[in-house]
Write a protein that binds this ligand. Structure first.
Ligand code: GCU
Length: 138
């Protein structure tokens, strides 16, 4: 199955704005979070089944300074201070991929900036839940 894409501009934003002035984003724009620790974007992600999800986070960081972020699922941090290093330009978007467990139904995936520089610019998350092994048998 293909992953499902959740655009940051449709997510819940705490301290930040939707912008579209740096080309290369998907959808209608991206989220420019405030340069502040604690600013976050939260995606509501629906999973048809519980399991291990592959979560691809697309971002740009036009600075040369890492912009770490705590990635949480349903309130539990699954990647603390996850690094989002400089990508060379605000128009250069890359994807950082992790895996984390999700439950059936709605899941809250949140990226919370841990430094005063805030999050990188966030474009989307792509989420795919691995099929249970029983589904893989012929
Ligand atoms: C620049 C850039 C923004 C970015 C910001 C930042 O202002 O144009 O897109 O979000 O830097 O440092 O976070």
């Amino acid at each position: 199955a293909a992953p499902t894409r959740y655009e940051a501009e449709n997510a819940t934003i705490s301290q930040g704005v939707v912008e579209s002035n740096h080309a290369g984003y998907s959808g209608a724009g991206f989220v420019n979070g405030d340069n502040a620790a604690g600013s976050y974007v939260e995606f509501t992600v629906n999973a048809a089944t519980a399991g291990q999800a592959t979560i691809g986070i697309r971002y740009a960081n036009g600075t040369t300074v890492n912009r770490p972020s705590d990635v949480s699922v349903n309130g539990a941090v699954v990647s603390a201070g996850r690094p989002f290093q400089g990508t060379g330009a605000w128009t250069t978007w890359v994807t950082s991929t992790l895996t984390a467990p999700v439950t059936t139904g709605a899941n809250r995936i949140r990226l919370t900036a841990t430094t005063a520089n805030g999050n990188p610019n966030l474009d989307f998350v792509d989420v795919e839940v691995a099929a249970p092994s029983s589904d893989l048998q012929a």
